[in-house]
Every structure is written in C-alpha cells, then in structure tokens.
Write a protein of this length. Structure first.
Length: 229
C-alpha cells in the first residue's frame, strides 16, 4: 500500500491538505448586494462558500431573515455572520414584544452595527441590511469590516464587489421599477460571479415590498452566464 504524508488525504484522485482545511476558516467568499426601487428593496447574493481554495458549499443561502420584512446579506466568516444574525433576530423579537410594534430597518441596522463595532477585533463580518417598513418604506444599510454604518440607495459587498463598481455605477438609476431592479441586481451579481473565483453557484434574491416577502432564484445554465461550478 502506498504511504501518504501525515495530514493528507486522497479523495477520488484529488489531493486534499487536511491540515489546511482544519486551519482554514469557512468563508463565504461572496458577492452580495441590495438595491432600492420604487416600492421596495431587493437583496441578492451568490451561493458559494469556500474554505481556502476548497468549495465547501455551492448552494449556500447568504440571505437571512431577521424579522418579517427585514433581511441581511452575509459576507466574511460564515460562523461569525450566522451568529450575528441569530442575535439580532432575538433582539428584534424582543423589541416587537416590548414596544408592541414591529421594528424598523433602522433599528435592525443599529443593532447589527453595535454588535459588529463592539466586537470588531474578534469578528470577520461584513453585512448588508435591507428591509421594508410602514414608516420608512424601503431602506438599505451596509456595515463593512470595522463596524461603521452607512445608509445607501444600493450597496455591494464581498470579494466579488470589487469587479462590479463600474457596472453598478453605469446601470443604477433612481426610482426603478421592480422588474428593472431585479435585472440590475441579477446583472451585477452575474458579472461578479463571472470574474470572482470565490463567487459562484446560483443567484438568490429576496424582494421586500408592502406585499411582504418574495424569494427568487436564478440558475447559471438558464438565466445568466456565470461560473456555477
């Protein structure tokens, strides 16, 4: 029997460095974004999760609901961002009970920002928060690494965002219809997936309006040209 170096494993002829995988952090790699349109807001993300150069999951859901019509896009450490979203979900449920009214997107973003800033030395988390509420309608907030909070008309994040600043600047316009905004988000994420090796899989979307929540999914072989492997 052929001897193999300690800590290494061959799976179906593919050499895997197990020590690297154990030390490597599960990272969402990621292309995420959110954009306002006339009547609501859309969040979108790819679905690839990586551990170093290894693709840990091709169909990750990076869009997380924290209240009825308040969602977040997660990038950075999968464990960190999942934990933050769970904590914010708890606080928003508590806010709803104590104040006898649902929280606004601004309240949710403030809680995210407090958690990210207070623990900035321990967390690897970059978030986009978007929601629809009766008071402020659609809103988008971004929290980059470090924990600062920014209200924006649209926000992009993750490793794939570096490839689409020009695309978004050229194609963004105020007061888009819902259909135009879907195409804007889909086109931007398709470009990010095309050029960023850490992004891939399917494009997931959440549309938030006064109607409630609507989820969409776009597959690379049918709806956009991307590296869905």
């Amino acid at each position: 029997m052929e001897s193999k170096p300690a800590g290494n494993l061959s799976i179906d002829g593919i050499h895997v460095d197990m020590e690297h995988l154990k030390k490597g952090e599960v990272n969402l790699g990621t292309s995420i974004m959110a954009a306002l349109f006339d009547g609501g807001v859309i969040l979108g993300a790819d679905s690839r999760t990586t551990t170093g150069a290894y693709i840990a999951n091709r169909v990750t859901d990076k869009l997380t609901q924290v209240h009825d019509t308040i969602w977040c896009c997660r990038s950075g450490s999968a464990a960190d961002t999942q934990a933050i979203a769970d904590i914010v979900h708890y606080y928003l449920q508590l806010y709803n009970v104590q104040n006898h009214e649902p929280p606004t997107t601004q309240v949710a973003a403030s809680i995210f920002q407090e958690l990210c800033y207070s623990n900035k030395d321990q967390l690897q988390a970059s978030m986009i928060i978007a929601g629809y509420d009766a008071r402020h309608k659609g809103e988008v907030y971004s929290i980059p690494l470090g924990g600062s909070l920014h209200k924006q008309r649209y926000a992009i994040g993750g490793s794939g965002s570096t490839y689409i600043y020009g695309y978004c600047d050229a194609n963004w316009k105020e007061n888009m219809t819902e259909g135009e905004c879907v195409e804007f988000v889909k086109g931007a994420l398709a470009e990010a997936v095309k050029w960023d090796g850490s992004s891939g899989g399917v494009i997931r979307m959440v549309v938030l309006t006064e109607r409630g929540v609507e989820r969409k999914i776009f597959f690379p072989d049918e709806n956009y040209k991307g590296n869905g492997q």
